[in-house]
Design a protein around this ligand. Structure first.
Ligand code: GDP
Length: 427
């Protein structure tokens, strides 16, 4: 067996796109198990930037199968656009894409609801969603009126589901000043999506299972981060699905015994978009400097991200939630551009993530010396092994390993594939 799960270890945007892209080089199949196009991955391949929202990062390699699992919610219009732009770059042939029959479908009314609910919520009550309709689509799924990909292939099932949604949503649509659902038009649209998806739909769980038993290398790619998990994250400021590694089992349809390794991706600092607790959040000029240095603006929404120092208690919590066996530390080059670096080793008053809400966590920060030297950046960029890394960077990685209890498997020192130090084998 050779399976690797890669998940975000923070609040998303950890650089998963780049890391999964690097790891996917050796994978035969890459599958996503949760979320929708609220995720955004920025890949840089031979100097060209590629942004994907639904298709897994493995799409840049010929012959790698890219699978969208049952735990996802899929906006077919976004998928079609994404596939078209990848095709224009000669990437992702039809036989490389597979979509689960059981994934749920995001309709335009989900997007409208998502946006208008946020607009009307008033400042204190906004979640900070990406307004892509992902939350309302998961809501329909939990209420057992969601439309699955398989329903797009069956006009009667599709009509029945849409009628249920029309009944359920009518009062809210009216209150928000939106037109009621035009079921005939939606059936027509849904059937069109279904026909175009027909060549790529499948039982994605069986496909992954068969690949695993055939000894293929399978990579499961997480979206968002563990601290945004609907059950284990900073609720209610979370995403609507399970972003911890366990989400692979339910979101793909395989058992936990099929998973060999779990790698968590963390930036060398922390960022967060949307609302919710963020103990090491920086305000003022320091935060601005880190945001500029790391180009911390959302790939999906363009929103500026809040920035803060690396939070080791939160990272250790996240490592436990996902049973991480390796850590991938990204954007460590960004810290080299700052005059000083701090790191959170614990919280005041013995606050413990999980037991206590992170709302009440006040970080104890340690300041590290000698980081802002330009030679550190040169040393980082030219390193080919851990021993080559500048001393301050090695000490930083040692501190992370020590406090989190998980070894560093990969270090990313720039956005390009070549700017990666691999310290362990993914498969
Ligand atoms: P994701 O959703 O987790 O993939 O995160 P993003 O799409 O926000 O990616 C983070 C951004 O950082 C992208 O623009 C990447 O090209 C870039 N990036 C990834 N790794 C590194 C790194 O090690 N150093 C620098 N400077 N940029 C990186």
């Amino acid at each position: 067996m050779s399976t690797l799960v890669v998940v975000g270890a923070q609040w998303g945007d950890e650089g998963k796109g780049k890391v999964v892209d690097v790891l996917a080089e050796r994978a035969d199949l890459v599958a996503r198990f949760a979320g929708g196009n609220n995720a955004g991955h920025t890949l840089v391949v031979e100097g060209k930037q590629i942004i994907t929202h639904l298709v897994p990062s493995g799409c840049t390699y010929p012959g790698t199968q890219c699978v969208l699992g049952a735990g996802m919610v899929i906006d077919p219009e976004v998928l079609e656009q994404e596939v078209a732009s990848l095709r224009a770059m000669d990437l992702l042939r039809n036989d490389e894409l597979r979509v689960s029959l059981d994934a749920h479908v995001v309709f335009p009314y989900h997007r409208q609801l998502d946006g208008l609910r946020e607009d009307r919520a008033g400042d204190g009550r906004k979640i900070g969603t990406t307004r892509r309709g992902v939350g309302p689509a998961y809501e329909a799924k939990a209420a057992r009126r969601g439309v699955r990909v398989r329903d797009l292939l069956d006009e009667q099932a599709l009509r029945e589901r849409l009628l249920k949604n029309k009944d359920a949503l009518e009062p809210e649509l009216e209150r928000l000043g939106l037109a009621t659902l035009d079921v005939d038009a939606l059936v027509e649209r849904g059937r069109g999506w279904g026909e175009r998806l027909r060549p790529v739909v499948c039982d994605a769980g069986a496909l992954c299972h068969d690949a695993i038993t055939a000894g293929k290398r399978v990579l499961f790619e997480g979206a968002q981060g563990a601290l945004l998990d609907v059950d284990h994250g900073t609720y209610p400021y979370v995403t609507s699905s399970n972003s911890v590694a366990g989400g692979v089992c339910t979101g793909i349809g395989i058992g936990p015994t099929a998973i060999d390794r779990v790698w968590g991706i963390t930036k060398a600092y922390t960022t967060r978009v949307g609302r919710g607790p963020f103990p090491t959040r920086m305000t003022g000029a320091d935060g601005d400097r880190l945001r500029e240095a790391g180009a911390e603006f959302g790939a999906t929404t363009g929103r500026p991200r809040d920035c803060g120092w690396l939070d080791l208690p939160a990272l250790a919590h996240s490592a436990r939630l996902s049973g991480m066996t390796g850590l991938c530390v990204t954007k460590i080059d960004v810290l080299a551009e700052l005059p000083t670096v701090q790191i959170c080793e614990s919280y005041e008053d013995g606050v413990v993530p999980g037991v206590d809400s992170l709302e009440v966590a006040v970080p104890r920060l340690r300041t590290l010396e000698g980081w802002g030297d330009p030679s550190v950046v040169d040393g980082l960029r030219s390193a080919t092994s851990r021993a080559d890394l500048p001393g301050v960077v090695r000490a930083y990685l040692d501190l992370i390993e020590d406090q989190v209890g998980v070894s560093v498997a990969l270090v990313s020192v720039g956005p390009d594939r070549s700017q990666t130090l691999r310290l362990a084998d993914p498969f």
